[in-house]
Design a protein around this ligand. Sequence first.
Ligand SMILES: *Cc1c(COP(=O)(O)O)cnc(C)c1O
Length: 432
Amino acid sequence: MNTEKSNELFSSARKVIPGGVNSPVRACKSVGTDPLFIDKADGAYLYDADGNRYIDYVGSWGPMIIGHRHPAVLEAVQSVMKRGLSFGAPTDLETELAEMVIKDVPSIEMVRMVNSGTEATMSAIRLARGVTNRGTIIKFDGCYHGHSDSLLVDAGSGVASLGIPGSPGVPQSIVMHTLSLPYNDPGTLVEVMRMHGESIACIIFEPVAGNMGLVKPLPEFLTALKEVSQKYGTLLICDEVMTGFRVALGGAQEVFDIEPDLTCLGKVIGGGMPVGAYGGKKKYMNKIAPEGPVYQAGTLSGNPVAMAAGIATLKELEKPGFYENLDKTSERLLKGLENAAASAGIKVAAARVGSMLGMYFCEGPVNDFMQAKKSNLNIFTKYYTGMREMGVYLAPSQFEAAFVSAAHAEREIDETIAMAEKVLGNMYGRGA
Ligand SMILES: *Cc1c(COP(=O)(O)O)cnc(C)c1O
């Protein structure tokens, strides 16, 4: 494909923006290519600056679950825009979205809107520390919870793609309050809690780990999370920024029967606008300012245009059969990709929860970050580049999930599978 225009735009961007991008994974560094600059999107498709069309499996990294430029969302946004862009005062829209969230996610009794997933996790942790009067937190290797200081320890996503464990600029005095344990390892969790439980404010986890590829939670891991958090009075924070409204209307906690104290949301809840949220039990949410002493604020939080996009998106998701249909399309894709790999003689460990998919180029099972890192990144890079050349837009990292939207019809899925057959088939016998 000709990407001359994208390349030009990238070289201009690099002069004024670090790395030419406003978020690191977009730079495609780990797959050794330059990013495509996007001109527009529609339904399941992205169009780059050179006019090339791609079937999109990034979906703006998750939010676009009903496809790009959904008419209901565009209409809602345009109509609210006419009333003004921001007031810095309450509107009815904030209550409406809050009510929807509370109805759809039963563990959430009250919710506070913020502007990103990073803000949601950061604020939920502050709240957990505030109510427990404890300082230390537990997270899991390969889980990403945004880029705040205390959470950038052994994080997945962009940090994993770049192969750096944390980040300069995060002081040791902050990192020392974060314990990062292996995902899906109940033994280690129970042992660490036995030693330190009384000083652990919260355990934050991804209910489906989508920032190290895609790793499903083992039932015994979920049981351990529940037991130790109850035993030691530690708050359980379910980070559903990616999975919330993605894997089911009630998120991964509905699918896996998890009862968290606090839940973080983002991505889908904003329908493509910058929104995050954290919510949970009233007895904790009451402790947030101005009701309680735990401070958290935001100039643009609950922005009316963003709320309108979220409400319109959630209304689509609440329609009967929405997730069942999405599940069918996603299963078709997973099976097709697995078959494509099998007939090319390439070993993969593929998994899916709802419309989130992951495929590692190694033998399974992949239950944690260590195992995820065994994936053959050379094959991934060839796969990524080959697919992009054929018009399929995947996340430029092995450690990211793929997202199917309701705008992906059988036609797009079957085309994608056919291209995967070609790309993977071509690798066979060439020392891949
Ligand atoms: C994307 C993500 C975040 C961070 O959200 P941003 O809006 O990028 O700040 C946090 N947690 C999880 C699980 C995510 O996938």
